[in-house]
Write a protein that binds this ligand. Structure first.
Ligand code: NDP
Ligand SMILES: Nc1nc(O)c(N)c(N[C@@H]2O[C@H](COP(=O)(O)O)[C@@H](O)[C@H]2O)n1
Length: 622
């Protein structure tokens, strides 16, 4: 324990900590912990953490002058060159809704991992800890006899025991039970302790406890997705107390995506902001909430930038003025907020799409099965791709926009595992205005469903569906498996942490294939009212068989002016014979339209019989 950098050297700090531990141990009579202090706090570890924390803070020097000074002062404080009481943590530009301390993302990572022992000033602890308090759940607190040391024991949030919603609890009259799912527990065994050392130079040491795993079984996003940290929510609360509309606060937050993400807000929803605002509203019910300066609330569009403001200034009106002094603009023309759109954003189609309407799901109907639309792109010889496992572009730019529009109109998109392995698809809606592409939350984003009976898909955080989910640009997939599928618990946990899941279906046909009634019924029971089935060849060919024609509502096929040849992946149902044994068409869609679209033609048709005809006992059209 050699180095003595700063006002109190490591030697003194470690001694004090050691003493703290001894006192704490005595309180609890657990003699094993004393050895653990030595194991967990060698000087190298301490130095390395100090280095990573101070480096994390020092990197901020590339930022604007105000932030640089603040970062430098924080950095000095970490190295003990400055009394922690005088650390000047940064204020940011008045336009920003965020007040992120320097290098927040890196410091959050360090405080999440707690790989090595960390030693920081109390002030720094109090600044950064609120941004990771969603990770750590306090288990117990021990105070030393003299009161100089306070040791708090924390476990990773995912270590909590499994929670099942109690069905026996009586509900208040008129209340319906909440649709809560069981929460899987015991998923991560990382535990730490936080020792606060009081005195002239209050400091905090953070280290692993014995029995802790060496690393989390998940990443920080996984926790951020489950729960928001209180540092981030304080920004929302602060803005709410100025009388701003939650949707306006949320819109403004999303105009600073880097700061939002650094603060742990990647998964923040407008509902989170509403909840914070609602608390404040209970004390201030008479104040009329308003949008930020330069924005307005437009029926059917939500918060939009006022046209005059959009033309004259950069995004981000002042958020510091009190709401009472802010006037809502009265401009009539509005434009949606289009700043910071991801590069893969597609413009909303500017050509007519009315021809699709009668083939799309109707919102009102309550049915046993979801509305099913088959939608794929095919060559002239009914091929989906040049070879199995090879993605082949058949849709021109206009047809691609139309497909994304169709995605926005369905609750789910379904594909087979063959397609996922071949294409690594995103299966999200990338039209401007969809969630993650200028819209709020997961607006217009369908749920990807993958039919993967034996769980062959090696799902991992790098695949496009999970990346889209993390970036708020889509929902995480549900993977439909059979009871025989072997699912590695790590994979299960990982998928769940992204908001996805595995659904086990037990209804088979005589070929040991899943019955589509079972799949669709399960989706309906999970609240899916419409499914767009994109492929691939195996799935589509099955569903076009007459056995399933009563499950399929419509089809929207993009036909491309090309022949892919015999080696390609075909869409072709089984041949059919009429009652006399003569060959007959396998399927004839009804109400067919053909609409040219760029180089493609879009064929729309209906398959399921109209309900009236079904009741009258009519037969399928052939
Ligand atoms: N042009 C377009 O619009 C599209 C093109 N494609 C292309 O299609 C090709 C992929 O098609 P394909 O190889 O046929 O793969 P699919 O996507 O149709 O997936 C087939 C797999 O899904 C599982 N599966 C299908 N039906 C059932 C069932 N009833 N019960 C249980 N499991 C089932 C099986 O998995 P298992 O083997 O594990 O039993 C089967 O091998 C790719 O080249 C892709 O690029 C895909 C979508 C759209
Ligand atoms: N409509 C359409 N046209 C094509 O030319 C295609 N190749 C496909 N393929 C389907 O779209 C999926 C890719 O989706 P992302 O763009 O990655 O979201 C692919 O997996 C097929 O299902 N479709």
């Amino acid at each position: 324990m050699g180095s003595t950098s700063g006002v109190f050297g490591e030697t003194r700090a470690d001694d004090r900590l050691h003493q703290a531990e001894q006192e704490t141990e005595r309180d609890f009579g657990d003699t094993s912990k004393q050895a653990e202090v030595h194991e967990n706090s060698p000087a190298d570890n301490a130095r390395s953490s100090r280095r990573s924390m101070s480096t994390a803070l020092a990197v901020e020097q590339q930022d604007p002058p105000g932030a640089t000074e603040a970062a430098a002062s924080s950095s000095r404080a970490v190295n003990g060159e400055q009394n922690s009481a005088s650390v000047d943590l940064p204020g940011q530009s008045p336009q920003s809704l965020f007040d992120n301390p320097p290098n927040l993302a890196r410091v959050r990572k360090i405080l999440f991992e707690c790989q090595d022992q960390i030693e920081i000033t109390l002030r720094e602890f109090e600044t950064y800890w609120p941004f990771v308090d969603n990770v750590w759940v306090k288990q117990k607190t021990n105070a030393s006899r003299g009161g100089h040391y306070l040791t708090e024991y924390y476990m990773c949030r995912l270590r909590r025991p499994t929670h099942r919603s109690s069905e026996t609890r009586p509900l208040p009259e008129g209340k319906r039970p909440r649709n809560r799912r069981a929460r899987e527990g015991g998923l991560c065994n990382v535990q730490i302790k936080v020792v606060r050392v009081s005195g002239a130079y209050p400091m905090v040491k953070i280290m692993r406890t014995p029995g802790s795993e060496s690393a989390h079984s998940h990443d920080l996003d996984c926790i951020d997705r489950l729960k928001r940290n209180s540092g981030l929510m304080e920004f929302a609360r602060r803005e709410s107390t100025k009388g701003f509309l939650p949707s306006s606060i949320f819109t403004k937050f999303n105009e600073e995506p880097a700061k939002l993400i650094d603060a742990g807000g990647r998964f923040l929803t407008v509902t989170d902001v509403r909840n914070v605002s609602a608390k404040w509203r209970t004390q201030n019910p008479d104040i009329e909430l308003i949008p930020h300066e330069g924005y307005e609330l437009v029926q059917g569009q939500g918060i939009v930038k006022s046209a005059s403001d959009a033309a004259s200034t950069a995004v981000g009106g002042s958020s510091t003025g009190a709401a009472a002094t802010t006037t809502t603009t009265t401009t009539t023309t509005t434009t949606t907020v289009t700043t910071h759109l991801p590069p893969d954003t597609l413009s909303f189609p500017c050509f007519p799409l009315e021809f699709l309407q009668s083939y799309l799901p109707k919102p009102s109907k309550r049915r046993e099965f979801p509305h099913v639309t088959l939608s794929y792109a095919s060559s002239m010889d009914s091929k989906l791709s040049l070879l199995p496992g090879m993605q082949t572009v058949l849709s021109g730019p206009e047809a691609k926009l139309m497909t994304h529009y169709l995605r926005s109109r369905h609750d789910a998109i379904l594909v087979g595992v063959g397609t996922v392995l071949a294409d690594n698809p995103g299966l999200n809606c990338r039209l401007e205005g969809a969630g993650g592409f200028g819209g709020l939350g997961r607006m217009w984003q369908p749920r990807p469903i993958v039919i993967d009976p034996m769980a062959r898909w090696p799902i991992h955080p790098g695949c496009r569906m999970l990346r889209a989910a993390v970036e708020g640009k889509g929902k995480a997939p549900w993977v439909v498996v059979t009871p025989g599928a072997q699912i590695d618990p790590q994979r299960l946990m990982m998928l769940k942490s992204y908001g996805g899941d595995f659904l086990r279906i037990v209804e088979y046909n005589q070929n040991w294939r899943l019955r589509w009634e079972g799949v669709l019924r399960a989706l309906a029971s999970e609240g899916i009212k419409s499914v767009m089935i994109e492929g691939g060849g195996t799935i589509l060919s099955q569903l076009l068989n007459s056995e399933y024609s009563e499950l399929i509502d419509s089809m929207v096929v993009t036909v491309a002016p090309t022949y892919l040849g015999r080696g390609g992946v075909s869409v072709s149902p089984e041949s059919k014979l009429d009652p006399d044994g003569k060959p007959n068409a396998a399927l004839n869609p009804r109400e067919v339209t053909w609409t040219p679209m760029g180089q493609n033609v879009i064929m729309c048709g209906k398959i399921r019989q109209p309900e009236a005809q079904q009741q009258a006992g009519g037969s399928a059209s052939t």
